[in-house]
Design a protein around this ligand. Structure first.
Ligand code: ADP
Length: 209
């Protein structure tokens, strides 16, 4: 199964991605974690990325695409993945679409984590206290929400047109949200099997360019 998670910072993608990946035995590919690892290792990519991350800006597409590509291609041949934090721009979505299409393995579902701004700000303030992430300060958080709205939000339309967008209410107890996601994924699995298709063509809609 190939699933991607779209949601603003603080929506709980990381927590849920870890749980879903364990449940279905899938690889979890989290670009934020990968980038922070690059920063910690002092690599060239890491030192370039750090300035963007600390400002709350997106790391340039070509860097993120290059970093993610091999992992997605590998996971494609090993039973699937949960993409957590990728794609965040239309250019990244197009790249992922090309990798998948070249191998005949389209995304199954794009899960959109729905949550209001006030709830996000409260959660991120809590995370800043607990984890001390350099990009969780209040100004940076507001900027990241704005970046989400302008750069990532258009992906909803992109995946809706492909018929694979599912909205998940991301407010409530963590376990309840996991249940909602598992229900959506099991429903999808059952329907894909019932249709006798493990390569659902409908994942590539008529709107495809
Ligand atoms: P959050 O979802 O809370 O913003 P992440 O750990 O997913 O946290 O991302 C942290 C930062 O890493 C982002 O603000 C951005 O600078 C960078 N980043 C992560 N994924 C991407 C991506 N796909 N494209 C560009 N930048 C990214």
């Amino acid at each position: 199964m190939r699933v991607l998670l779209i949601g603003p910072p603080g929506a709980g993608k990381g927590t849920q991605a870890t749980r879903i990946a364990a449940h279905f035995d899938l690889a979890r590919i989290a670009t934020g974690d990968l980038l922070r690892r690059e920063v910690a290792s002092g690599s060239e990519l890491g030192s370039t990325a750090k300035a963007y991350i600390d400002r709350g800006d997106l790391v340039p597409d070509e860097l993120v695409i290059a970093m993610t590509r091999e992992r997605v291609v590998k996971a494609n041949s090993e039973g699937g993945y949960i993409l957590d934090g990728y794609p965040r721009t239309l250019a990244q979505a197009e790249a992922a679409h090309r990798w998948a299409k070249a191998r005949g393995v389209p995304f199954d579902l794009a899960l959109f984590f729905e949550i209001g701004t006030e709830e996000l700000l409260a959660r991120l303030a809590g995370r800043a206290r607990e984890e001390g992430r350099s990009d969780d300060t209040e100004d940076t958080v507001r900027h990241r929400l704005e970046v989400f709205r302008t750069r990532t939000y258009p992906l909803l339309d992109y995946y809706r047109r492909r018929g694979i967008l599912v909205r998940i209410d991301a407010v409530g107890p963590v376990d309840a949200i996991t249940e909602r996601i598992l229900a959506a994924l099991h429903w999808h699995k059952a329907n894909a099997l019932a249709a006798g298709a493990d390569r659902p063509e409908w994942a590539f809609g008529a709107a495809e360019g």
